[in-house]
Design a protein around this ligand. Structure first.
Ligand SMILES: NC(=O)c1ccc[n+]([C@@H]2O[C@H](COP(=O)([O-])OP(=O)(O)OC[C@H]3O[C@@H](n4cnc5c(N)ncnc54)[C@H](O)[C@@H]3O)[C@@H](O)[C@H]2O)c1
Length: 339
């Protein structure tokens, strides 16, 4: 079968892991090029990923005529520009979340993609490729827990250091965009309802740096859903045991909880030290099997000229809610989502 020739933009915390996943595990793809602002990362790409081309300017990678597709792993504030330039250069594009950091940019990306219907443009909501989340979705859609009336979904990232947050805090789009965006898609996807309003609160309980950035280290939001129902979405950068991602759904006839283990590690170990449950330490570790399934699906969509099951409009709606949550947090008031 024809191998898709791909490049990757961004080789940071996620991009480096993702590039190795593409190179070593994704089927029917050759990773030929990488783009990063960091020379050490480009040296890694040459020596460990064996790419032919390295670039520091994204225009060069998207205009490389040897490439069919781009995996986008750059900081959120650059997604819209990188997506638009890659799509206009004729490339299929897979982007990690968010689609863009504001609604106008999301709409421009969607318009650009619509003008290029033969190209696959896909956003990464990997929980949709995660077995336990899919089982939960099937149970809900069969009506087995009745009408969904409450969802709790949270992301608690393992605590890092002041230096780390100084280096990475600014381009990430804020805690609502960075840590809550997947939870927002989970709420919409599992409830089959749009988000109507958000009320957010939070603070910088341990890292005052986030105060200075008008951001927070821990936040919580109450969401009202169209047609009834509510969700509680929380995020923190202060998790002590590892990367925790938890979702529970409560319905009129039952409830369900999706456990926090990565799919490959569901063991509770008992020994002389007591009971030990392995908690994933990073986002990548937590979602690796789903990230692989998702990347394989992107390549399959290209090969079979299929549309991805997750739409760019799903990306838009998650960004719309994350923007509203940030506004609610800053203005200390309930925000109704405008459509
Ligand atoms: N880190 C995670 O665990 C995680 C989890 C889920 C999603 N994501 C998403 O993945 C993306 C990357 O996150 P990260 O944590 O790896 O970021 P990072 O800051 O660690 O890395 C960013 C990479 O992008 C490159 N870059 C920055 N500006 C660029 C530009 N203008 N042109 C070309 N390259 C540029 C940098 O050189 C670096 O290689 C973000 O959109 C983030 O929301 C990250």
């Amino acid at each position: 079968m024809y191998k898709v020739k791909a490049g990757i933009i961004g080789l940071g915390r996620l991009g480096k892991e993702y590039a190795q996943l593409i190179k070593n595990h994704v089927k029917h793809v050759d990773l030929l090029a990488a783009c990063s602002l960091n020379q050490e990362e480009l040296a890694f790409a040459k020596s460990k990923l064996d790419v032919q081309y390295t670039y520091t300017d994204h225009h060069q990678i998207v205009n490389n005529h040897d490439l069919d597709a781009i995996f986008l792993m750059s900081p959120p504030v650059h997604h819209a520009m990188h997506l638009i330039d890659a799509v206009n250069a004729g490339k299929h594009v897979f982007t990690t979340t968010p689609l863009a950091t504001n609604v106008d940019d999301c709409n421009t990306v969607i318009k650009t993609a619509k003008n290029r219907p033969s190209q696959v443009v896909m956003i990464g909501f990997e929980h949709r490729y995660y077995q336990a989340y899919n089982q939960a979705k099937a149970i809900i859609d069969k009506g087995q827990i009745g009408e969904v009336i409450m969802i709790n979904s949270s992301t608690f990232d393992k605590e890092k250091t002041d230096m780390y947050y100084k280096q990475y805090g600014v381009d990430a789009g804020g805690i609502f965009m960075e840590l809550n965006i997947k939870n927002l898609d989970i709420v919409r996807w599992l409830s089959n309802k749009e988000i109507e309003s958000v009320t957010s609160t939070g603070g910088s309980f341990k890292y005052e740096l986030f105060d200075r950035l008008n951001d927070a280290d821990s936040v919580m939001s109450l969401l009202e859903l169209q047609g009834g129902g509510m969700a509680n979405v929380a995020a923190s950068r202060l998790s002590q045991d590892g990367f925790n991602f938890k979702t529970s759904v409560f319905g009129t006839e039952g409830s369900l909880e999706i456990l926090n283990q990565s799919s490959s590690e569901s063991i509770i170990m008992h020994d002389t030290k007591g009971v030990n449950i392995k908690i994933p330490q990073t986002y990548f570790e937590r979602f690796e099997p789903a990230l692989l399934a998702q990347a394989n699906d992107f390549i399959q969509c290209i090969q079979e000229s299929k549309r991805p099951s997750v739409s760019l409009e799903d990306g838009l709606e998650a960004t719309r809610a994350a923007v509203a949550m940030t506004k609610s947090f800053l203005m200390k008031e309930k925000i109704h989502l405008e459509r």
